[in-house]
Design a protein around this ligand. Structure first.
Ligand SMILES: [Zn+2]
Ligand SMILES: [Zn+2]
Length: 212
């Protein structure tokens, strides 16, 4: 739980044991690692990716910042890992429920969105499963997730620039320094709700051009 009074890096998901090698890239704003003894350094978008997958990981990422507010460190590397901190995740789910369809995905895996009313589920209790409907629903979810991931990275750059500027941080910095500054900040930094409003604007459907 984050409190205004005595927030610590741990309140923002930071753990020195797990995150000590991570840095914030000043170009792409993703997290990358330096100098891990095991050599399995997480790469940011500016670096060539590893050709081999790390043992036990779905993809080579140990941690990332919340894709909405950029303030919380989240575990990554599993296809079940959420994109958002708990506060932003609740905002996102509210938008999906309000629209009764997947607008912003909460994670990569299509099965993370089966609580949505429009999702077709294979239900043996109901008897036959309409495989066409099921395939269509899963394809639509996968497409939405894939498009959303691009938008979320775009938003990550948009929100991290003002976050870093406000905190007076420049260049590539250790994640510990960033999170310490976030935790020490009492006011002025974009709140999660403000960040979420910006994220929603990015996901709004573009008005169709009128035909003459
Ligand atoms: Zn980078
Ligand atoms: Zn967040």
């Amino acid at each position: 739980m984050v409190s205004d009074d005595a927030a610590t890096p741990a309140d923002y998901g930071y753990d020195d044991d797990q995150h000590g090698y991570l840095h914030v890239c000043s170009k792409c704003f993703q997290l990358y690692e330096r100098d891990r003894p095991d050599g399995l350094n997480q790469k940011c978008n500016c670096q060539p990716r590893d050709t081999e997958k790390w043992p036990g990981a779905d993809f080579n990422e140990r941690a990332m910042l919340c894709r909405c507010c950029g303030l919380d460190v989240l575990p990554s590397g599993s296809r079940w890992a959420p994109f958002f901190c708990s506060a932003c995740g609740h905002f996102v789910m509210a938008v999906d429920v309000w629209n009764r369809r997947l607008v912003i995905p909460i994670g990569r895996h299509s099965l993370m969105h089966t609580w949505l009313p429009s999702t077709v589920l294979p239900s043996p209790a109901k008897g036959e499963v309409n495989l066409d409907e099921l395939a269509e629903s899963l394809t639509a979810t996968l497409q939405t997730v894939s498009q959303a991931m691009d938008q979320l990275w775009k938003w990550n750059r948009t929100i991290m620039k003002p976050n870093l500027k406000h905190l007076g941080l420049k260049g590539d910095i250790p994640l510990s320094q960033y999170i310490e500054a976030v935790a020490a900040e009492k006011s002025g930094l974009s709140t999660r709700l403000e960040a979420f409003e910006g994220l929603c604007r990015l996901f709004q459907p573009k008005p169709r051009a009128r035909r003459g």
